[in-house]
Design a protein around this ligand. Structure first.
Ligand code: FAD
Ligand code: SIN
Length: 528
């Protein structure tokens, strides 16, 4: 089946929905795709909130810019940083206009939290479920919009370029163009052709390629893998952020429940299970140091003492305040027998966020014409070597706006490419060997966690590369022989992005930001 939409948006998180809401109007029809249900996205899991300078008395743009540059280990793109920080307040207003609610104080001003690496209180939030509230507000706005058609459980398999017209496309080909995407419809089992004037990738991150992650299972890096196969530029993949404090609860690792950094901003203290504090050994900002430092410190303490977790302590804080600020965390912990007002919370680091991705310019344009990328799958340069907490939701909102403005100026000059052939799966068969795919996915998770995790070395990275290479060959071979399914496509994408993380980690001959390697140590102490 062939479908035509002016704008094809792949992804229903904050990035995809913000963009869709801005470009849809009576003259322009939007298709919004998500591979499971509309609410399953990293966005819905966000806890801490959204960073923006809204209190102009104590805070200012320069401070937010400086904090972002420091966290990014000074390799963030200053233009991207300035764009996001300065446009953040407008972005917040757009979210509010779409129906998203943030907590306010009695005087009507926003109730602001503080998180690691922020020099001021500037995190807007909705209790401790900010992402759920953003997702809820945007879903309602999208559902009410007559010009946005939502396709749930529709899996984008490949983006379409000249390659699908039989023209050779390499990384040196100038003017590669995107004409839409091939999309798997689970009801029919068929791959449909979605033609578009402009395509937006908003497919989120890659946490699911690690054994323990705060990300839901959708985070297999599909957009990045599709863009890379279509020869788009992908960069900074070595910068994978591990959140220092996921709840340690064996059996719940995919996703692992997050204990928000706002809890450390609130006064939470990291301790060993015996009560001893340890952050003083690593950074003078103690528990509120940027999360790469905290994650490495925890990793080191766990290895040194043979522990499977450390602890976060808020027992010294007022119990009623704790319950009021963190109602969901309180209830979640209580459900597994931990009363956070009396007991330490067991925590350990967990794969959380990808700073790199599909390289885009200030308008969110990729290196492929008519293809834009926004949100966690994109690399704007904002995060550099390490993302400052709560800078990603706002990055998505600001870049969705930049992309929307840019496409609205250009899209009417584009036409649908009706020569695109339909997906051809002649000669393929139904894959009966699901066990192979499940096993290979576990292997990817093991390889990435053991060799391409918080602390790396040349030896570990090269070992990962070799193992991934084998999996790549086997999976590509299988993909040619069988009908496309969500499982095999996700495995293929996971291997692709795992390979990109590993290769770009090998190429970076220094420890910087989130990329810490024993072969090029940076700090006086050593995180082996
Ligand atoms: P997502 O919200 O992940 O959405 C991805 C969408 O793409 C989904 O709809 C999915 O179905 C779709 N998709 C993917 N592949 C395909 C495919 N092949 N075909 C069709 N659809 C596809 N950031 C902050 O700024 N503040 C926070 O407090 C914060 N807390 C966080 C807490 C947790 C536990 C996690 C996991 C992340 C947190 N983050 C936070 C990061 C932030 O939530 C994400 O970076 C952001 O939500 C990403 O939004 P997105 O729209 O790019 O992607
Ligand atoms: C958190 O709430 O700690 C997560 C914030 C973020 O990832 O930006």
């Amino acid at each position: 089946m062939i479908r035509k939409f002016d704008y094809l948006v792949i992804g229903s998180g904050v990035a995809g929905m913000s963009f869709a809401l801005q470009v849809a109007d009576s003259r322009h029809k939007v298709a919004l795709l998500c591979k499971t249900t509309i609410d399953e996205a990293n966005t819905a899991k966000a806890q801490g909130g959204v960073a923006a300078v809204t209190d102009r008395v104590k805070d200012n743009f320069e401070k937010h810019i400086k904090d972002t540059m420091i966290a990014g280990d000074y390799i963030s793109d200053p233009k991207a940083v300035e764009q996001v920080v300065k446009k953040a307040p407008e972005g917040i207003q757009r979210l509010v206009d779409w129906g998203v609610r943030f907590d306010c104080k009695e005087d009507g001003s926003y109730d602001l939290h503080r998180e690691g690496g922020h020099s001021e209180f500037r995190i807007l939030h909705h209790a401790d479920d900010s992402g759920f509230e953003i997702q809820r507000g945007l879903i309602e706005a999208v559902r009410q919009h007559p010009d946005i058609k939502v396709f749930e459980n529709h899996f984008a398999v490949e983006i379409i370029t000249q390659h699908h017209l039989g023209i050779e496309v390499t990384r040196r080909t100038p003017d590669i163009e995107c004409y839409g995407a091939y999309v798997l419809d689970p009801d029919t089992g068929k791959v449909d052709t979605f033609l578009s004037k402009v395509t937006l990738l908003a497919t989120g991150g890659i946490g699911a390629i690690y054994k323990t992650t705060t990300n839901p299972d959708i985070a297999t890096g599909d957009g990045i893998a599709m863009a890379y196969r279509a020869k788009a530029t992908v960069q900074d993949m070595e910068f994978v952020q591990f959140h220092p404090t996921a709840l340690f609860h064996p059996g719940e690792t995919h996703p692992a429940y997050l204990i928000t950094e706002a809890m450390r901003g609130y006064g939470g203290i990291l301790r060993l299970p015996n009560g001893e504090e340890f952050m003083q050994k690593y950074d003078k900002r103690l528990s509120l140091a940027p999360r790469d430092i905290v994650a490495r410190a925890i990793d080191k303490e766990m290895k040194m003492h043979g522990l499977d977790h450390v602890c976060l302590d808020v027992t010294h804080k007022d119990a009623e305040q704790t319950k009021m600020h963190f109602p969901n965390i309180y209830n979640k912990c209580l459900s597994i027998g931990i009363d956070i007002t009396k007991d330490y919370i067991p925590v350990c680091p967990s794969a959380h966020y990808l700073c790199g991705g599909i390289k885009v310019d200030l308008n969110a344009q990729t290196s492929i014409k008519r293809l834009y990328a926004v949100g966690e799958c994109s690399c704007t340069g904002l995060h550099g070597g390490n993302r400052l907490a709560s800078n990603s939701l706002i990055e998505a909102v600001v870049y969705a706006d930049a992309a929307a403005r840019h496409v609205m100026q250009n899209a009417d000059g584009y036409t649908f490419n009706t020569k695109i052939p339909e997906w051809n799966d002649d000669g393929t068969m139904t894959n009966e060997e699901k066990v192979l795919i499940a096993q290979d996915m576990r292997e990817v998770e093991q390889i990435m966690s053991n060799y391409v995790g918080i602390v790396r070395s040349d030896l570990r990275l090269h070992r990962a590369w070799q193992r991934l290479d084998l999996l790549y060959e086997e999976t590509e071979e299988l993909f040619k022989r069988v009908k496309a399914t969500k499982d095999i496509c996700e495995l293929r994408n996971a291997i692709n992005v795992a390979y990109l993380v590993t290769r770009q980690a090998i190429e970076r001959k220094e420890s910087r930001g989130l990329h810490y390697t024993l072969d090029y140590p940076k700090h006086a102490y050593d995180f082996k």
